[in-house]
Structures are given as structure tokens and as C-alpha cells.
Write a new protein. Structure first.
Length: 468
């Protein structure tokens, strides 16, 4: 079994022989801690998607204004971009288990309050935005904690498989959660969906009681000093720096296709609200299914071709699949091409997250991972806001095709003019974990919000099973 405290395989079990058992994509499940948190995380993720669907439908039904729905989504997601560095600094200083438990309990209480307010008829849009923002803030603060515990759960060679399974977990929740939300609302009313989400957080709390986690490697320091040291560590490690810049570009240019799925659904359905909703559900399920399929294929492909090569192919194929999606003329064509986008896109997210996990110095892991989350959490909503007005002028198809072409041009220019960036990413995937990096200051002794996200905080992205 895995020694959770050290992250190494216990003596008496030959590590090479152990890795040969079973499909490569499922090997992390052999480790009890990972299996427990993954299963609990799936329960929690299903609850998150139930609330996401229910709160959006409730706000639209009560107000008839899309602005409130956008504010709810922003409240759930933007805290990731604003608070992740603080969470990263704390993740390198504080014990991980109590913080993860506290963060999940805060989010559970917020979900329970939403259920009570809705049941009592006091569910003003402003109150819902405030409570969802509280949940998003809790998720943002504990996000680096949940990513930083991955080395405590699986050995380094299984990072890519573990991260891919976490992405698959998020997308399984995307498939199951909306269906359960519809059934819960139809059978018992909106409060049932929010109550289910509140209970789902408790699965994480229970699972954490049975998992041993190593203490943080960093030494306590002032918060601003700790943040500066983490930024310096990320900047000085070429692979981490390249991965963070790359995810920022991908999130800005490509990731908004997720937020714009309802717009594509309206373009493809040519019908009323019910037709748009049905097409949105079809496209969302197709993307989730593609992401699950991609997550399960990543580890076997990496074992055969090499992790660096799989990431390179994923980056190269992303603009191609987006271009194919942009040409969709029917709902089923859109679903088929979005399945392909989801399959490739999860390879990009999982691969870049693996680079940071492998190359971030142990004492700075939480902080370096938090900057990865900042890049994703800020660039994605900014890109969505930029593309929205463009779509109003030239249409969803032309805009998506243009972003695919822009991403392809950026990649080509980077490969020709700055090949060192490409090499840093590939070497980061294939190399060993980084050692200590000299800090700018004192040397330390020696790492799912309830709203639409670009395949999860990474999703996508450390051990997302430790919280939402």
C-alpha cells in the first residue's frame, strides 16, 4: 500500500511490479487514500453540479434576467483567480487536513442556508450571489491545499493518471449532477437540490478522517513574504513558468468555448427556450463524456508514447478540434465535435497541471500551484467577456473558428521563435520532480466551486477529490 506520509511505496512491495498490475489509467485506485478521496469527491462533485443547475434555473425563473445568472457564475468562479495565491501561501504553512475540513464545512453550511432560504421563500438574487460567492471563496482558499496533497496519495510516476482520474471525476459529475438536479427539482422542489449539495460536502470530511497527510514542508513566514517567495520559485523554474504561461493563453483564447456552449446551442437548435435547454444539455454531456474518455486514455498513451509527446499532441490538436466544432450545423454534429474537443482539452489541462506538480519545489508547491490556478481563474472569465461582444457581431461559428486560428498561430510562432518554452514543458513532463529552489527571502526548511468552470479547478489539476 502507499505510505501516505512519505508519498513512497512501502517496503515489501516492488514498485515496478506493482505498477504493472491493471490498466495504467486506473493504477492510482490501488492506493487507499486516493481511492477514498476520489470516491468522496465524486459525491461532492455531483452535488456541486446539482446546485449549479438549480441555482441558475432558479435565478432565471425568478428574475428573467441573464445578468443575475452571470453574477452567480462570477461569484462562484472569480474567487479562484483572486484568492488562490493566499491559499497557496497558507498551504505551504498550515496543516492540510484541518483546513480542508473547515473549508468543506463552510461550503456545506452555505449550501444549507441556500436550501433554507429557498424553502422559506426568501431567496433574493442578491442573497444567492452572496452565498455562492462565499462557497467560491472557500473553494479558492482550499484549492491549493487539495492540490498540494497529491504527492501524499500516489507516487510520482502516477501523477498524470491521478490528475486524469480527477478530471474524469469532475466530468462524471457533470453528466450525473444535472440529471439528478432535474429529478430533484421536479419531485421535491429547488430546496432538495441545495440540500443534497450541502450533504455532499460531508463525504469529503468523512474521507479525510481516514487519510494520513504529510505536514507542509515550508516554514512559517509573513504572508506577503511567502507569496513573493512562491512567485520567485515559479519564475525560476522554467517548466513551471512555461506551464503557467501556457495555461493562461489556452484559458484566454480557447477555454471560453465552455461558457459559450448555450450560445452554440441557440445557434444549432433554431428553436424556443426548451429546444435551447435540450441542446445545451446534449452539448454539455458530450463534452463531459469526451473529457472522461480522454482522461482514461491519457495514462495508457503516456506509457506508450511518453508524457511529453502526449501533451504536445494535445496542444496541437486543440485548435484543430475547436475549428471542427465551429463548423457545426446540427445539434448532433456539435455534440460529436464537442466530444472531440473535450477529449483533447482534458489532455492539455491534465498535462500542464502534471508539469507543475512534478517540477514545483516541495517547499513551494502550494504557492506555485496557486499561480497556476490564478492563470486559469483570471484568463478564462476575461476571455469569455471578450468573446461575447465579438459573437454578437460576427456569430458563434466565426468567433470560435477565429480563436482556433489564433491559438494555432500563437503555438506556431512560439515553436519557431521561442522553442525553449516548448522544451521546458516537454522536459517538465518527462523529467524528475524539481529539487529546492533558492528563495528570494528566508529559506524554508527542507501544493470545485459551485459554478461553471473550465473543467474544474484543476480541475483539473491536483487531487480535486479533496474538495470542490
Amino acid at each position: 500500500m502507499l505510505n501516505i506520509t512519505t508519498g513512497n511505496v512501502d517496503a515489501g512491495e516492488h514498485p515496478v511490479r506493482k505498477r504493472d498490475r491493471g490498466p495504467a489509467s486506473l493504477q492510482p485506485f490501488r492506493h487507499r487514500g486516493f481511492a477514498l478521496l476520489w470516491t468522496a469527491g465524486l459525491v461532492s462533485t455531483v452535488g456541486s453540479w446539482m446546485q449549479t443547475v438549480a441555482v441558475g434555473a432558479l435565478v432565471i425563473a425568478d428574475t428573467g434576467q441573464a445578468t443575475w445568472a452571470v453574477l452567480v457564475a462570477a461569484g462562484a468562479f472569480l474567487p479562484i483567480g483572486l484568492l488562490s495565491p493566499v491559499g497557496g501561501a497558507l498551504a505551504d504553512r498550515l496543516p492540510r487536513r484541518p483546513v480542508l475540513v473547515a473549508g468543506n464545512l463552510v461550503a456545506a453550511v452555505a449550501a444549507a442556508v441556500i436550501a433554507l432560504l429557498v424553502a422559506a421563500g426568501h431567496d433574493s438574487p442578491a442573497a444567492l450571489v452572496g452565498l455562492v460567492t462565499l462557497q467560491g471563496s472557500a473553494s479558492a482558499l482550499i484549492g491549493p491545499f487539495q492540490q498540494a496533497i497529491l504527492p501524499d496519495l500516489v507516487p510520482d510516476p502516477e501523477f498524470l493518471a491521478a490528475i486524469s482520474l480527477n478530471s474524469a471525476q469532475f466530468n462524471l459529475g457533470r453528466i450525473v449532477g444535472p440529471a439528478l438536479a432535474g429529478a430533484a427539482v421536479a419531485g421535491f422542489g429547488y430546496p432538495a437540490a441545495f440540500a443534497a449539495n450541502a450533504v455532499s460536502f460531508l463525504a469529503i470530511v468523512v474521507a479525510l478522517a481516514f487519510v494520513r497527510l504529510a505536514p507542509p514542508a515550508g516554514r512559517p513566514a509573513r504572508l506577503l513574504t511567502s507569496l513573493r517567495e512562491g512567485f520567485s520559485a515559479a519564475r525560476r523554474e522554467p517548466s513551471c513558468r512555461a506551464a503557467i504561461v501556457t495555461i493562461a493563453v489556452v484559458a484566454l483564447v480557447a477555454s471560453p468555448f465552455i461558457a459559450l456552449v448555450p450560445v452554440m446551442a441557440r445557434h444549432l437548435s433554431h428553436g424556443g427556450p426548451r429546444a435551447v435547454a435540450q441542446t445545451t444539455a446534449l452539448l454539455t454531456t458530450a463534452q463531459g463524456a469526451g473529457a472522461v474518455a480522454g482522461a482514461l486514455c491519457l495514462a495508457p498513451l503516456a506509457a506508450r508514447l511518453g508524457r511529453g509527446r502526449v501533451l504536445a499532441w494535445s496542444l496541437g490538436l486543440l485548435p484543430v478540434t475547436l475549428a471542427a466544432y465551429s463548423t457545426s450545423q446540427t445539434a448532433w454534429q456539435g455534440a460529436a465535435t464537442l466530444f472531440a474537443v473535450g477529449l483533447v482539452y482534458i489532455g492539455v489541462l491534465s498535462g500542464l497541471s502534471t508539469v507543475v506538480q512534478l517540477r514545483a519545489p516541495e517547499a513551494y508547491r502550494g504557492r506555485v500551484l496557486s499561480f497556476f490556478l490564478v492563470a486559469l481563474g483570471v484568463a478564462y472569465p476575461v476571455g469569455s467577456l471578450v468573446q461575447g461582444p465579438v459573437i454578437d457581431r460576427i456569430g458563434i461559428g466565426a468567433t470560435t473558428a477565429g480563436t482556433a486560428l489564433l491559438l494555432l498561430m500563437i503555438m506556431a510562432v512560439t515553436a519557431l521563435r521561442r522553442p525553449g518554452i516548448i522544451r521546458s514543458i516537454i522536459d517538465g513532463m518527462n523529467g524528475d520532480p524539481a529539487g529546492p529552489v533558492p528563495a528570494a527571502g528566508p529559506m524554508p526548511a527542507g501544493p470545485v466551486p459551485d459554478g461553471p468552470v473550465p473543467d474544474g479547478p484543476v480541475p483539473a489539476d491536483g487531487i480535486s477529490a479533496a474538495g470542490k
